[in-house]
Design a protein around this ligand. Structure first.
Ligand SMILES: [Zn+2]
Length: 171
């Protein structure tokens, strides 16, 4: 079911999400809701807190190419529960956006190469290694689990500019 997205500066986005301990029906229905919501907003990633649930769960579904008519398949969705970085190295800059801050796109610096340990929806331990856009998307979504949003990574000047424009837009 499609849920409402929590929009910045809603305080819930500052919450530190809790570790998932039960890999049950409730978790699966949360993940399914997250998928429906992400798809309805044409997003590529979503953390549970963005639909108001403070659990360490995120999903990512990157389209294979940039054309508009790519078909997003549910089975291609990466479901990441209780993620922990094993390696984070190098640096790169990419443009990021966020469903909780719609219409805002900024270049953000992130680690280039990551190794991540996580659990799937059944609690099975997995590892992923990446140095492409997936690595950026994972870092973006993991920030949400720790109560952070990407614009917090901007310079003070750019952040002030953003806050001013955001207030104006949401009057
Ligand atoms: Zn986001």
């Amino acid at each position: 079911m499609v849920q409402d997205i929590v929009i910045y500066p809603d305080k819930r986005l500052k919450q530190i999400s809790k570790e998932v301990t039960e890999f049950n029906e409730e978790l699966h229905s949360l993940l399914n809701d997250m998928y429906d919501t992400m798809l309805s907003k044409k997003g590529v990633g979503l953390a549970a807190i963005q639909i108001g649930v403070a659990k360490r769960a995120l999903i990512i579904n990157l389209p294979e190419d940039d054309s508009d008519d790519v078909i997003i398949k549910k089975e291609d969705t990466l479901e990441i529960i209780n993620p922990i970085f094993i390696t984070k190295e190098g640096s790169c800059k990419h443009q990021e956006g966020c469903l909780s801050i719609p219409g805002v796109y900024e270049d953000i610096e992130r680690a280039e190469h990551i190794v991540l340990e996580y659990q799937d929806r059944y609690g099975k331990k997995k590892t992923i290694e990446n140095n492409e856009f997936l690595a950026i998307a994972i870092q973006h979504e993991m920030d949400h689990l720790d109560g952070k949003v990407f614009i917090e990574k901007l310079s003070i000047l750019k952040r002030k500019k953003f806050e001013k424009e955001w207030k104006k837009r949401n009057k």
